[in-house]
Ligand binder design. Structure first.
Ligand SMILES: [Zn+2]
Length: 373
């Protein structure tokens, strides 16, 4: 057998071992008790006007595995998947970027993770002010009343309650990853019914279903999409007697993982509005804790060297506004603007080299060196 004939076979094997097309369900659910809270939240972000520049969303991987480190998520696959989902969110002004090192958690107790443990373990393990993404070999939900255990592919916290999503290792392909990120950025399933049933004719689309009119009414297409051509083959009727025509490619649907490859325009707008509302809390501090800084005005820059966006965090309150000058090695001011604490500065326009990041606040001036790589 020629070597070239072996290559596709090897690819298939790898795909099956590390990233199977598991069709377990998603564990992100809106409960009746939180329904009003969600509606109010969506109304706030709908009325929150979107800003136009891109914002970095720092994410932090946590890999849970057995105590002998078996079944640890493959970091190359996780980073590749992250890279592959980035384009889905660019139109929403969201740029995902990993922050610092991977956090490894070796625990026989948690390797087959129960969603029920989530707050016990992850509240301790979360890094503050980044989106924490956990991977585990197994992922389950145990219903407290009946004890029934169901397998999950992933789940997310919505509504800014926690900055956390969970993904089963074998569900690491990009549409599940993007699906859970979509939830985190405020999107509901296209078949969501907690707000009431959306009609096919669009007459109640603003406040039923997923609260968006740009995604057609969806009867939950979990068992009704042909995996070969990704076409919906169901014959369900809505309460007015119309046949559903759902979007089998929508990432927030329960179509097959390989069929889902797009968000609708208004899903993108909602994520953009959501992120504008929420982004003030997210920043990535890698090496130094701001609390270690001196009492006088002091700050850290991260990462350094930096390629495109440099993070800034000072020891003054979050809402403080500073005058920033970026100065080159000849003393020439290259960029001058106001910046807020815990923010990023786009330095894409700078040439590679050494610069000074000079901050002024109430007569105090502090300058630090950074390298544009
Ligand atoms: Zn979901």
């Amino acid at each position: 057998m020629k070597v070239s004939a072996l290559i596709p076979f090897a690819v298939v094997i790898l795909t099956n071992v590390f990233c199977a097309q598991d069709n377990y369900k998603c564990g992100t659910e809106v409960t009746y008790s939180s329904k009003k809270e969600y509606l109010d939240f969506i109304n706030i972000i709908k009325s929150n006007k979107a800003i136009s520049f891109d914002s970095l969303v720092p994410v932090k991987f946590h890999f849970i595995s057995y105590s002998d480190s078996s079944e640890t998520m493959d970091s190359t696959i996780a980073f590749n998947t992250l890279q592959n989902v980035i384009p889905y969110f660019l139109n929403a002004g969201i740029v995902l970027k990993h922050c610092g090192n991977i956090d490894y958690i070796y625990s026989d107790q948690f390797a087959n993770f129960r969603q029920n443990y989530d707050e016990t373990i992850c509240d301790q393990k979360d890094f503050l002010n980044v989106l924490n993404i956990y991977f585990s070999p197994g992922l389950y939900r145990e219903t407290t009343v009946t004890g029934v255990v169901s397998e999950l592919c992933g789940y997310a916290y919505q509504n800014s309650r926690r900055d956390r999503i969970f993904i089963r290792n074998s569900c690491c392909e990009k549409s599940t990853f993007a699906h859970e990120l979509g939830h985190y950025f405020s999107l509901f399933h296209t078949h969501e019914t907690i707000f009431g049933l959306e009609y096919v004719n669009g007459s109640n689309c603003e406040n039923r279903g997923d609260l968006l009119c740009g995604t057609p009414a969806d009867p939950n297409i979990y068992n009704f999409v042909n995996p070969n051509n990704c076409q919906y083959g169901g014959q369900q009727l809505d309460p007015l007697g119309y046949y559903y025509s759902p979007d089998e490619r929508n990432i927030m649907s329960y179509s097959h993982q390989h069929c889902r490859d797009r968000f609708s325009t208004d899903q993108i707008l909602q994520m953009k509005n959501f992120f504008n509302y929420n982004s003030k809390n997210l920043h990535c501090i890698i090496d130094t804790d701001v609390s270690l800084l001196t009492n006088n005005l002091d700050f850290i820059l991260f990462p350094n060297p930096v390629q495109s966006n440099i993070g800034f965090a000072s020891n003054l309150p979050n809402e403080t506004v500073f005058d920033l000058s970026i100065i080159d090695v000849f003393g020439k001011i290259i960029l001058k603007k106001e910046i807020k604490n815990f923010s990023y500065v786009d330095i894409n326009s700078l040439s590679i080299g050494t610069y000074f990041f000079q901050i002024k606040y109430n007569q105090q001036v502090v300058t630090k060196k950074f390298i544009k790589a």
